[in-house]
Design a protein around this ligand. Sequence first.
Ligand code: 5GP
Length: 175
Amino acid sequence: MSGSHLDVLISELQIRVRTAELAKQIDDEFGGEPVLLIAVLKGSIHFLSDLGRLMKSDTQLDFLQVSSYHGGKSSTGVVQIRKDLDINIEGLNVLIVEDIVDTGVTLSHLRELLSTRKPKSLKVVALLSKSGSRTVHPPVEYIGFEIPNEFVVGYGLDYAERYRNLPYIAILREE
Ligand code: 5GP
C-alpha cells in the first residue's frame, strides 16, 4: 500500500519473551493433561507455531477459519465459518489460539459454536487484545499484550493479505 507507514508497537524479542511466559503458564494450568490447540486462520499461524513449540504439554493441532473483516480495516460484524475443524473435540481440552480480540464478536461466536460440541474444557489464548473496543465480552483466559485501539499488522496479521511475514507487530498508519 503506498502512502502508509509502519510504527513498531511490539518487537520480535518482546513477542518471544511473552510467548514463552504464556507457554509455561498454560502448561502449568493444564497440569500434564493433553491439549488440542485450535488456530484461527490465518492470523494466528505464527503465534500457534511459536507457542506450540514452547509448550511441553501433549498437544494436537487443528485449524478453523472464519471471516469477519473481508479484507478491510473495520469489522462487518458478520462471522462466517470458512473452514471447520477436522477433529471431533468432544471430551478434549481445547485451547483456541487467536491473533487478536477486538470487538469480541468473532470469539464470542467461536466459543458458542465450539461449546455445543462438548469439549472437556474450552479456553482461549490471544496474543493481542484491544479491550477498549469490546462490544461483547467473551472470556479470554490468557492475553499476550493489551494494545490501544489502532489497526495493527505483522506476525500473522494482515492488511489485504500483506504484512503477515513481519516478525514484529506494527501500527499501520495512512498518510
Ligand atoms: P473481532 O471480532 O474481535 O472484532 O475481530 C477479530 C478479528 O478481526 C481478528 O481475528 C482479526 O482477524 C481482525 N482484526 C481485529 N483487529 C485487527 C487489527 O488491528 N489488525 C488486523 N490485521 N486484523 C484485526
